[in-house]
Design a protein around this ligand. Sequence first.
Ligand code: NOJ
Length: 516
Amino acid sequence: MHDAWWQRGAIYQIYPRSFMDAGGDGVGDLPGILARLEHLEALGVEAIWLSPFFRSPMADFGYDVADYCDVDPVFGTLADADRLIAACHERDIKVVVDWVPNHSSDRHPWFQESRAGRDSPRRDWYVWRDPAHGGGPPNNWRSSFDAVGPAWTFDEATGQYYLNSFTPQQPDLNWENPEVEAAMHDTLRFWLDRGVDGFRMDVIHKIAKDPQLRDNRDGERRRDEDWPTIHDRLRRIRAVLDEYEDRMMVGEVYLYDLERLLEYLNSGDQLHLAHNFAFLHLPWDAAAFRRGIEDFTALSSERAWPAWFLGNHDHQRLATRHGPAQARAGMLLVTTLRGTPFVYQGDELGLPDAVVPPERVVDVDGRDPERAPMPWEPGPGAGFTTGEPWLPLVADADRLCVAAQAADAGSMLALTCRLLALRREREVLRHGEQAMLHEVPAGVLAYVRELGGERVLVAINFTGAPAVVPLGGGAALVLSTDAARAPGEALDGALALGPHEGVVAELGRSGILRRP
Ligand code: NOJ
């Protein structure tokens, strides 16, 4: 059966500042990533998604782009980007880059021109408005960052406010202006021409807002994002990607309403994939996850393909949020569900958040702890840098580092490698059907993947107490998050699960499990 590359294996998110520093300045860079490609090969990822490495004053660590078509010197050069893309392709690893279309940096020449005067030809490339009657911001929209407050910044020189959905250093581009749309399409072509395989699209639901900029009101549809114009805007972006072969767009669609989310996927001519934040924010509870998966499935058209993730550079890490054993179970979950798994760098090590003392805080929104550098080797700098890392390392880096875990068959790294290998080996895990099982003990999430008579059971115990899943017949253990359990173990009539244990088991062909 044919599957697209973006449906096949895991897409691994690299946060370049924190992956590997080849230059010794304490900040990760593109040559650093190049030097660590072996790790990605050993993991067996299908693709990498690189968080922004474009020219930026770093007010939001690269999500404030001053030149969409150049590499920031802290990360390297365009030639480094070309080398990295080529090296990944030689290893059959696709490359996805981050595209930040909702806002640029306030240092972008477009904004500099825009703010130069009310009659600047680029004035309308951003969202400018007069103060409200009686003064103050034009409407009640708020920045996504609590610390920022209102989404408007007053510009003394021209006497108007500009819209910033994030920091004041990230003015929102005006997507109502066709020139902006065309210019942003060209930034996609720039990277497509350089050979990138796809884009992760930053807060893509925000590029369509109520053109009348009316206030948000409780109980009504929000007017500062996900406006109905989004869908045609996405279709036009998709058309740009479709000028090239086999490219992919995954949206950061930060909407908790799955119906809304699926509108970005169901028609098949908008996004290929969308990050599902409702899933990320679920409590560690089997019933909640079952519902989350079933709701997504129920609302999906034939053309929508799921994507699953439990962490990124904006959220507390799973091992800290729920615990190390849960992190193992979570990895098993996202890699065995029908859909594309996304893995955030360091989650393959089960990294916790770092402790960041107040004097080392650099992020405006409290996200430093999950952005701590990757520990590669024991010792100072953890093999990440020969200098002073830009953020503190995680506690216990010597024990959690790649080198230590690579030497330990029971490690989280070994488990992740095994899970990704299993996905490659077993077609059933890639595009088998998926049926949720309901007659299992409370606290257990279980589903069967099935393809052409091959049936695989996945069962995860979300509780700290042992649980037993009754089986109507024989099965054999393929893999467990409990490294002490040997593959091949015969499961006769029952599958016993330890606390927070997840397993993959091969079911006999004789219809041994009650089907829902
Ligand atoms: C989402 C990104 O993941 C986050 O890091 C960033 O701050 C905002 N979008 C604004 O670009």
